[in-house]
Design a protein around this ligand. Sequence first.
Ligand code: FES
Length: 172
Amino acid sequence: MPKPGSSPESRDNSPDEGRISRRVLLGTGWCGFLLSIVGPALANIRFLFPNVVYEGPTLLKVGRPEDYASGTITFLDEQRLFIMRDAEGLRALSAICTHLRCTTGPFVPPTAEWREAHSRCPCHGSVFAKDGRVLQGPAPRPLDFYRVSLAPDGRLVVDTAAVVDKGDVLKV
Ligand code: FES
């Protein structure tokens, strides 16, 4: 029964309309509380699992010694390597720039700017000499030389986990 003095429109509305019920308020509060606990807990669990980068194998088969003529520098783009052969033997030079690990470009002949054969990194312009020296930064250190050995099947194996001195040559 309508209250005396109330307007005709308000007579149809229930008294709770527009108010949040206690049940909804408690439910929302609990959800917020659980999220504030579960969120950080999940973040902490994530720290138990380190960011591991699974890199490829470190032993690379790069063909046979006769594939590399004396006096050549062969750029193996996929393996990110240079195979160098001279009168002393074979060497493997990394083509991974020591700045931010871009692949450096192939060696080009001397120019007016650089009076020796050089390889330029396309990312930020570092320039390297054949012996790995940095001719121009921002690369902070020379390119690495890797150990080269001969597998029993007669193929060359480069171990990219074994950094050697630039004088370390495979005599073949
Ligand atoms: S990654 Fe080669 S110069 Fe920056």
